[in-house]
Design a protein around this ligand. Structure first.
Ligand code: ADP
Ligand code: MG
Length: 394
């Protein structure tokens, strides 16, 4: 059975190379961004502190890959420098390191041989400051998905402030965010500290995605197992949705699995279309599972109302709407069941706004009434999928 499994026919030559974790040697259409980041970081090789930098753009526009590529190049060139002992680069994925404490600990783990786990946040902070100062060390800290740090404002401000406390050594922060609105949610002083320089990653258009996919198809799939039409339609779908290379790659990967299962060993437009639903669901699952708990519960309350037909029929279109006041009552009920404290209506509305930004809800504001303005809410995606994901998550 094992032998049969390994010798199984497949469209994939090397499946890892189509995976979204793989970073190809060359990143087409990202040369300007790579160059800009390098220009910004290069002074460190001469002992000059690089500016903080903020990279942003939608998911799948190549931010993480670009940054990894730059860090790779940096580590290579560093070995030739007399300052190599003095330059430390740290990549932190804030999906995992999602608090100020965890970020500080991760930085200190890279600076010191022993872990400061269990020590207070301020102790770790002071140790980092002292180490940079005494040993004249330059740390470059990449905070990927920086918006997922729960106490982002506080965390970033602390890090940015370190440079004011020391004369030798320095810290440079490179923040990366998929959330285009994130920087505007920061306090003015934090924002001006982090966003000294900004770099936008624009969405890819269909033509660009086609080239990116073609490059991957060559290395990841068997020859002649993907039709031109399949590449074109996958690129078009992804360009239409969001200009996201990740979605485009996921479409191909899923389509490959579908054609292996069907034992046709050929990816055509048909397989891409079949893959589309599956991929959309995966993306939704991904997006929902990274939301903070409070926001998940807001979404859960609303999805639950829709499922149980507890909404008002809206006269202007034939669909339904939920009034924010009713949704708030349901949210409070749900959150009490989880023995958590509800947020105020003001925050609740902020959360609705955020869920709208993520494309999970559609909202409009009604005119001002007696009790202030009401937000009218609808689900923007399939309610059952949302409930399924949230029930596993909460
Ligand atoms: P982001 O961090 O902006 O969400 P990623 O860097 O994670 O995006 O990219 C998502 C996927 O798309 C990865 O598999 C990456 O290798 C691929 N990708 C993104 N941009 C390019 C590009 N210009 N060329 C080739 N592959 C790319
Ligand atoms: Mg990323």
């Amino acid at each position: 059975m094992f032998r049969k499994e390994i010798n199984k026919k497949s469209v994939f030559k090397n499946k890892d190379l189509i995976s979204t974790h793989y970073v190809p040697d060359i990143l087409p259409f990202r040369e300007p961004q790579i160059q800009d980041i390098i220009t910004n970081l290069a002074p460190v090789l001469q002992g000059i502190r690089p500016n903080n930098l903020f990279l942003y753009g939608k998911t799948g526009t190549g931010k993480t890959s670009t940054m990894n590529k730059v860090l790779e190049k940096m580590i290579e060139i560093k070995t030739e420098s007399s300052l190599k002992e003095k330059i430390i680069t740290t990549y932190i994925n804030c999906r995992t390191y999602n608090s100020k404490y965890k970020v500080l600990l991760k930085i200190s783990d890279n600076l010191f041989p022993k872990s400061y786990f269990g020590y207070s946040s301020s102790f770790i902070y002071d140790s980092i400051v002292k180490e940079l100062q005494n040993k004249n060390v330059f740390v470059i800290v990449v905070l990927d998905e920086i918006d997922l740090i729960k106490d982002a404002n506080d965390a970033i401000y602390s890090l940015v402030r370190i440079n004011d406390e020391i004369k030798n050594g320095a810290i440079t922060i490179i923040g990366i965010s998929n959330n285009v609105l994130f920087k505007d949610s920061l306090d003015a002083r934090t924002k001006s500290g982090l966003c000294k320089k900004e770099l936008v990653f624009p969405p890819y258009n269909a033509q660009e995605l086609k080239e990116i996919l073609s490059q991957r198809v060559k290395i990841a799939f068997q020859e002649n197992s993907v039709t031109e039409g399949a590449i074109a339609i996958a690129s078009a779908f992804a360009a239409q949705e969001s200009g996201d290379a990740r979605t485009a790659l996921l479409l191909l990967e899923n389509a490959g699995e579908i054609s292996d299962k069907k034992e046709t060993y050929l990816i055509t437009e048909k397989e891409i279309k079949e893959a589309k639903n599956q991929v959309e669901e995966e993306l939704i699952v991904d997006m929902i599972s990274t939301l903070p708990d409070q926001i998940k519960i807001v979404l859960y309350a609303i999805a639950n109302m829709v499922k149980n037909n507890r909404f008002s029929t809206h006269l202007l279109d034939d669909g339904y709407v939920i009034y924010s006041g009713d949704a708030y009552i349901e949210y409070v009920k749900q959150i009490r069941q989880l023995s958590k404290t509800p947020v105020t209506m003001k925050w609740f509305k902020e959360y609705l706004q955020e869920l709208t930004t993520y494309g999970l809800l559609t909202t409009t504001t009604s005119g001002k009434g007696v009790r202030g303005s009401t937000t009218l809410i609808k689900m923007a995606i399939d309610t059952n999928t949302v409930l399924k994901v949230l029930e596993q998550n909460l």
